[in-house]
Design a protein around this ligand. Structure first.
Ligand SMILES: Nc1nc2c(ncn2[C@@H]2O[C@H](COP(=O)(O)OP(=O)(O)OP(=O)(O)O)[C@@H](O)[C@H]2O)c(=O)[nH]1
Ligand SMILES: [Mg+2]
Length: 245
């Protein structure tokens, strides 16, 4: 199975070289697609230098409107076009352990649409996150699963692997989210369209040691608004046109 790892980056100059080197050593058979949003700190340039050294790394340099979601969607379209079978995503800040990537990829088969590296199944967890982030993430996930009627414990984990087969059935350009709500939206669409099994496998999430989080109130608000709107539309039929398809 041909696999690729998408790594969205914004200002990850302190992490990117070590991250790419580590992924290559832990998952040598997986190509890497860095999708950078014109980071002012020169992340893309560093990634290109590492790519020259290690090979099998492509760097997409986006300009214009930045965002986790549009960057991920662009990279997914590029990965589908390149003929990969398994398309993984990970953060560049070492919150996700590169050693687990191969295992998550190995769980993709013809029945599986999405494998989620999950903090909230037995064996999973979060280390050194402040209480506020823990509560926000845990309750955000419970709320999301309730609204969207998903039997998923960790809808918002960015460490995951999609089967290309499932992605090909999604109109990525028609999705609504700009920020991390994209992650819930993808799980929601896969479930609604019955594109295959969604499997959770435990991961331990580690708070970043270098660089800054891009999480902000706008992104949190977007998540809350979209999930609530979709949950409302599911139950009442009002605003069905807002449902992702
Ligand atoms: N291309 C692109 N990547 C982004 C953008 N925002 C965040 N990222 C990347 O997405 C990944 C996750 O972002 P983080 O800032 O770590 O968000 P988080 O993991 O929810 O927050 P922390 O746990 O506090 O680090 C990282 O690799 C970021 O560099 C963006 O606007 N564009
Ligand atoms: Mg992070």
């Amino acid at each position: 199975m041909k696999s690729v790892l998408i790594v969205p980056t914004f200002n990850e100059a302190e992490n990117i070289e070590r991250f790419l080197t580590q992924v290559r050593s832990d998952a040598p058979n997986t190509d890497i697609l860095v999708v950078d949003d014109n980071s002012p700190d020169g992340t893309a340039r560093i990634a290109e230098l590492v790519a020259q050294r290690l090979g099998s790394i492509k760097v997409i340099k986006r300009t214009g409107l930045r965002g986790y979601a549009p960057a991920s969607r662009d990279a997914m379209l590029s990965a589908i076009e390149s003929g990969y079978d398994a398309i993984a995503t990970m953060d560049a800040d070492f919150s996700h352990d590169p050693k687990v990537l191969d295992k998550l990829i190995s769980l993709v088969n013809s029945d599986t649409a999405l494998v989620i590296g999950s903090r909230y199944v037995p064996g999973g967890g979060v280390t050194n996150w402040p209480l506020f982030r823990r509560v926000l993430s845990k309750w955000g996930n419970l709320y999301t699963a309730f609204c969207l009627r998903l039997k998923i414990k960790d809808c918002t984990s960015g460490f995951r692997v999609y089967s290309a087969k499932s992605l090909k059935n999604i109109n990525l350009d028609g999705l609504k989210a700009d920020g991390y709500a994209f992650l819930s939206e993808m799980a929601f669409v896969i479930s609604r369209k019955k594109l295959g099994l969604i499997v959770e496998s435990p991961i331990v999430y580690v708070d970043r040691a270098f660089g800054e989080s891009k999480m902000n109130t706008r992104i949190m608000r977007e998540s809350m608004v979209l999930v609530t709107r979709w949950g409302f539309a599911l139950r009442t039929g009002i605003g069905r046109k807002h449902l992702p398809r």
